[in-house]
Design a protein around this ligand. Sequence first.
Ligand SMILES: Nc1ncnc2c1ncn2[C@@H]1O[C@H](COP(=O)(O)OP(=O)(O)OP(=O)(O)O)[C@@H](O)[C@H]1O
Ligand SMILES: [Mg+2]
Length: 253
Amino acid sequence: MGPKIVSIHSFRGGTGKSNIAANLAAVAALDGKRVAVMDTDIASPGIHVIFGLGRERLKLTLNDYLRGECDIADACIDLTARKEFSSIKPGKLFLIPSSMIADDITRILREGYEVNDLRNGFTEVIRAKELDLLIIDTHPGLDRETLLSMVTADYLFVVARIDEQDLLGTAATLDVARRLQVPEIRIVVNKRPNIYEDKAITGEVEKKFKSSVVTIIPMLPLLIDAGSRYVVTMRHPDSEFTKCIERIYEVIK
Ligand SMILES: Nc1ncnc2c1ncn2[C@@H]1O[C@H](COP(=O)(O)OP(=O)(O)OP(=O)(O)O)[C@@H](O)[C@H]1O
Ligand SMILES: [Mg+2]
């Protein structure tokens, strides 16, 4: 099987995209895959924090690549070289972060960049790092980076909470994704409150959106407690959350 591009998206913010992307990447890498996560949320980046890179200064980022100042492979951090991810071997886990420096963010939003450069970045990093999986963490809504990640994606996971604003937004996202002919589209329901039953949610959502629900992740104290400070599936391999992420992984494996 050739390399796959997996896009994690949601119409509204805060649905759990970045945590799902980071954990999916870790689960795949622990299974021996060569995986990279790219943070295309240029306006509000953050997935590097989940990988424990919060307080460190990021050297090269996606922003430097898009400005033509480095190769995409140079902006690729090998997380597996770090002690906390050493158990991943023989798999590989890379991260292409987006800059947290205000000047970098405002500059790229103001000046823009060639969308083709981002597309080439996807293919180039897959080639340079011999990836099995490129997982793309996106900005909520339907911006340029997200549309591009959809056009190029083999798999799209749309994350939604049980909330009318999320669900109506999901309908819009699915509509666009189908028009862009994304081959495999699945829904991930996250932060499910205890008052709902999984079976009823799956039935209703699948009927409404004509896409299958791959997993329903409850509102979990474990995730609240982690607060995006670490990769939960690595610390808690037997948790309910890990099982949900493994269900997503089964789709792309
Ligand atoms: N199943 C869950 N139960 C409880 N808290 C969760 C769950 N999933 C995610 N969270 C929490 O929700 C918050 C938002 O998660 P995350 O940053 O992954 O969302 P996001 O969709 O990437 O947000 P943004 O749209 O801002 O990029 C985090 O504090 C995270 O810990
Ligand atoms: Mg995010």
